[in-house]
Design a protein around this ligand. Structure first.
Ligand SMILES: [Zn+2]
Length: 164
């Protein structure tokens, strides 16, 4: 039995205890949040968000990659979101590797160099600023008036805003 089997059981119990849901596909708070996949960030709890209220987009680092731009373009143009909140965090795994080192590791292990950028960073606040700028400079994203960036402290649970 894998841990996934346990989660499937959890889902049965969860669904059994709930009435059918009829939430709109468009987030009710017209908000998109980009953050890291880090297992310590419970996005809903940290922000007091509810189901159906916001898009939550996650990757390693919460980095604004082309694929994040793709998701944000769909979020705004097709699903009505208008504000963007970017959340990096302290003790991020992306601070423990380097682009060149991980690229070499992948190439050595597989014989193939990855076509994607690794996007590691050492200065978390600098990476938040870069992420804000990448969003603000993308014309694929029509609503760029409210793009705010934060660092979440995984120990104190507090958000700290970073401005460009
Ligand atoms: Zn992280």
């Amino acid at each position: 039995m894998t841990y996934i089997d346990e989660l499937i059981e959890n889902n049965r119990a969860y669904a059994d205890g709930l009435e059918p849901s009829h939430l709109d596909v468009r987030p009710s708070r017209q908000l998109a949040i980009v953050t890291c996949m880090d297992a310590r960030i419970d996005v809903f709890a940290v922000l007091g968000l509810g189901n159906g209220e916001a898009h939550i987009m996650r990757n390693a680092g919460g980095v604004i990659t082309d694929d994040m731009i793709r998701s944000l373009a769909i979020s705004q143009r097709k699903l009505g979101t208008r504000e963007i909140m970017l959340i990096h965090h302290t003790q991020c795994g992306m601070q423990t590797l380097t682009d060149d080192g991980f690229r070499a590791e992948l190439q050595e292990a597989t014989g193939v160099a990855p076509s994607f950028a690794i996007e590691s960073f050492s200065d978390v606040e600098a990476d938040v600023r870069q992420s804000i700028l990448r969003v603000r400079r993308s014309e694929f994203i029509p609503e760029r008036d409210v793009v705010r960036g934060f660092v979440y402290d995984v120990e104190t649970h507090r958000l700290h805003e970073v401005t460009v």
